[in-house]
Design a binder for this molecule. Sequence first.
Ligand SMILES: *[C@@H]1O[C@H](CO)[C@@H](O)[C@H](O)[C@H]1NC(C)=O
Ligand SMILES: *[C@@H]1O[C@H](CO)[C@@H](O)[C@H](O)[C@H]1NC(C)=O
Ligand SMILES: *[C@@H]1O[C@H](CO)[C@@H](O)[C@H](O)[C@H]1NC(C)=O
Ligand SMILES: *[C@@H]1O[C@H](CO)[C@@H](O)[C@H](O)[C@H]1NC(C)=O
Ligand SMILES: *[C@@H]1O[C@H](CO)[C@@H](O)[C@H](O)[C@H]1NC(C)=O
Length: 645
Amino acid sequence: MGSKQLSWIHLIFIVLNVGECKRMVGEACDPQDLMGLTSFRAGIHVDVSGRLQKWVGHNCCKWEGVYCNNKTGRVTEIRLPGFISTNDFIVQTSMEGRLSPSITLLTSLQVIDLGGLIGLAGTIPPLIGNHLRKLRKLYLYCNNLGGPVPESIGKLSRLEELHLHENKLSGSIPASVGRLQNLNRLLLYSNRFSGPIPESITNLKNLLTLDLHGNSLSGKIPEKIGALQVLQELDLSDNLLNGKLPLSLTNLTAVSVLYLDTNLLEGEIPFPSSSAQMPSLSFLRLHDNRLSGRIQPTIGNLVSLQRISLANNRLEGSIPATLGNLLDLTEINLNVNKLSGQIPQSIGRLSRLMFLSLSNNLIEGQLPHELSSLQNLQALDLSFNRLNLSPIPKWLGEIPSLCRISLAGLGIQGEVPDFFRTTPSPILELDLSSNHLTGSIPEWLGGLTRLYSLNLSRNSLVSKIPDTITSLQDLGVLDLHSNKLTGSIVEVFKIGSRFPEGSLTYVDLSHNNFSGTIEQVGVGAQCSIKYLNLSRNYLTGRLPMSVGKLGSMRGLDLSYNELGFTLPDSLANVTPLEKLKLQRNRFSGQIPNGLLKLKELKELDLSDNLLVGKIPTGKPLSDFPWSSYSGNRGLCGKPLSPCKS
Ligand SMILES: *[C@@H]1O[C@H](CO)[C@@H](O)[C@H](O)[C@H]1NC(C)=O
Ligand SMILES: *[C@@H]1O[C@H](CO)[C@@H](O)[C@H](O)[C@H]1NC(C)=O
Ligand SMILES: *[C@@H]1O[C@H](CO)[C@@H](O)[C@H](O)[C@H]1NC(C)=O
Ligand SMILES: *[C@@H]1O[C@H](CO)[C@@H](O)[C@H](O)[C@H]1NC(C)=O
Ligand SMILES: *[C@@H]1O[C@H](CO)[C@@H](O)[C@H](O)[C@H]1NC(C)=O
């Protein structure tokens, strides 16, 4: 009985399905839509994903990425994004060709998603606004589109999302965007837009995100920007905006992200006069501008602030104590300003603070002991101020999370303080450069096994490099220049041999009293070195063949030493080399022909050596000035005088 019922149901299903199939196969989709899609496909000559190949037959509603309204039969959505998510990961595909203007034939479209197809070129169809009146979402980001945003865009009155970022769009932003009353997100960042931000943008009463960063927009920030009452994110950074910051910014009551950095803004920062004005502002970036005046105590009204960067401006006066009321702060960056006075004790209340950067200001006085309660502080940069840190307070070495310490240019005297050897968190970065440190580089440094960057340059250290330095297997940056260090440097080239490539990227031992050979250069794991400066020492011997193994090196300076013998041919293998300075040594023999392979070379100095013969002819060697080769009596050929045959 039961099985009979089942088979009846099956039968009904089969009949229904056959009927459905017949209807679909026999039917073509709306002819206008079909024509539009066919033209679109014709504009694309490469589709790596293979999706367009599956566009067969006349029923375009069945095509991959095409969606129709099941009542009207019209195409409502094209979704062929460049980012395709499979079960486990996301792959990016590309299409090569031009966006066909015939896409405007699809007059019922509500969604166009062609974002992330890196090869898709062409322009936004000029009449898009006249035809696609139902469009709600237009995603054409991350393509290769050029030309302007058409004025007609303002007619897309239902548009909610306009994502055109990361293209090569140019011209000015059309004022007509101000008519898009339903717009939630306007993303035009990383294009080539110029001219002013249209004032009309302040009519977009539903705007949640406005991101115009990374263009060449100029002029002032619209005075009425405060009318964007629901705006949550505003990013106008990295443009050429100038003039004063409008006071109306403080009317952005919903804004949580405000990035206006890297512009030409000037005048004072309009901090809100009450905590009701910008109650949600969490991320504020105003760095790299020309802002002046004081940081007003009203900064304390930004009660939700988590990260603030005002670096690289012209701010003056003292740091207001009210900063210490902003208990959500995790990051404060006030580097490179003209701030003076003392560090307020109230900063010690910021128990979530992880990054505190106050370098290159005029801050004076003692370091307040209250800072010792910053349990989460990871990075502290107080370099180049007028603080009195002689001696460095011991409690600094007891802050539990502190691992990046920068105390350069603070007039610190005495030996490298040994409490750095027992900090609760392993030190990753230590910068005590440009002080008056004396004595030796301590043996215990080798115990800082997680150290990535060590800068002790510009002090008066007078020792050998301790052997223990070879234990610093993570060391990437070693700057010991301008001290009075002696002995051999071979140990340095044993650092980082735990990694096949090595860990070192930057080594500056210049301007010391090192002696001995450089035979170890390139022997073992040092391929990661990008910059090596051994200038102004007393190094002897030859430049070994193994230098050719430093295949990432961009800058090599061995000038002002006592190195000699011929230059190794293997230098030709260091293809990224941009700067090569070997002047004032005793290199002899001919200049290897292989140096003609160094196509990136922009600076060359071989002067004052004992080189002979003809300078190899061709770029880049012939293009350097006379002074690159002078002081080698035996050299001839361009740019020096011709060789006598
Ligand atoms: C037609 O589309 C609507 C909305 O997308 C959906 O709710 C409905 O189930 C569809 N009807 C048929 C027969 O597929
Ligand atoms: C900003 O708010 C003030 C006070 O609420 C108001 O007078 C002013 O018109 C607002 N400005 C803008 C541009 O909305
Ligand atoms: C080390 O510090 C000095 C200033 O004290 C600076 O000029 C130099 O660039 C720093 N080195 C590195 C690798 O950052
Ligand atoms: C190497 O160091 C010396 C002395 O410290 C400096 O004058 C020179 O500019 C540096 N070379 C390069 C290529 O940076
Ligand atoms: C550096 O070395 C040179 C030559 O070896 C020596 O004349 C000079 O006194 C040394 N300077 C210091 C400060 O050690």
